[in-house]
Design a protein around this ligand. Sequence first.
Ligand SMILES: [Zn+2]
Ligand SMILES: [Zn+2]
Length: 333
Amino acid sequence: MRAAQLIEPGIVEVLDIPTPESGDAAVIRMETLGLCGTDLSIVAGKVPVEMPRVMGHEGLGTIEVAGSSGAFGVGQRVLINPGLFCEVCELCRRGYPNLCPNGGLLGREIDGLFADYASMDERQLLAVPDHVTADAAGVIQVLGTCVHAVSKAPVSPGETAVVLGLGVSGQLIAQLLAAKGAQVIGVTRSEWKRELALQHGATAAAAPEEAARVVAELSEGRGSDVVFEAVGTVQTFSQAIELAGSAAIVVFFGTTTGIGDGLPYYQLYYKELTLRNPRGATMADYEQAIALVASGVINGVPLISSRFGLDEVNHALAATQAPSTLKVLMELN
Ligand SMILES: [Zn+2]
Ligand SMILES: [Zn+2]
C-alpha cells in the first residue's frame, strides 16, 4: 500500500510499504485525511519524531477487516481518535485520557493515517453515519478538539464570547458558541474570514484594533464573558486577557512553546479571570463532534479549501501552509 512517510525533516515521500495484517486490531481503508499545523511542525522538525514515520493524525475510513472485539463490522464507516490512551494510568482513571502519559499521537509517536490502510485498536474508533459527506466529515477530528475546548468555558444564551483568530479551529469554535446562543464576536485581520464567521452564526466581527470597541458595545462596557484565543501568540494571549470582563473565562486554545513575559498579569488578578488550556479531546468529545456534524448543527464544508490525492501529499502540505487556505484534505477514492 501507499504511505506518506517523513524520511528526514523537510522530506516527505509516498512509498510502498506492507499493508497491515489482520489481527486483534481492525484494518481500516482510509477515505478522507486532514492536514493541519501539527503536520507542518512535524515535517519542519520542530516536533522531533523517529523516522521514517508515516504521517497523519486526522482521518476516517471504512472497516475492511473487523477487529477481535466485534464492536465494528466490515463496511462500517469510522473516525479515528488519534490520541492514544492506556485506560489504566492515574490520569486515564481520573477522566483525562487526553493527557495520558503512556499515550501519544498518531503520526508523531507511532505511524499515522496518511496511507491506503491503517490498523487500529477498536478502542480508538467511533462510528460515523453514512450520510455525512466526505467534506463534512473532514473537519470532525478538529471539531472534537474544539468541542473539548468549549466544554471548558460554559456560556449561556445572550452572553458575549470573543474568538481571536478565525482559522479552521476559530471558525468551528465560533459556530459551537453561536449554537449555544452566545453573541459571538470573531476577531481577525482577514476580511474574508470575518465574512465567513458572520455567515455562520457570529453576531459581529472585527479587526484586532477594533475589537475592544466592538466588545464594549456588545457587552455594555463589561467586557466579554468568555474569550477564546485560537492563534497561539503572546500578543493574542494578551489581547484575550484585555478583552475579558471581570470573572470571565479565558481559553488559550492556541499553543506557544515560548516562555517569558508580555502578558498583562495585573489584569488576570484584577478581573479574577479563570484561564483554561484545553489539550486534545476525549472519546466523548469526538462522539459529540460526530453528532453535531451529522445533525447539521456544525457546517464544516465552507471551511474546506482544497482536496488532493495521497500522491500529492507535498502539494497538500504546501497548501496547508498558505495563509489563504483553511482546511486541506486528501481524498483517497
Ligand atoms: Zn490536526
Ligand atoms: Zn493512561
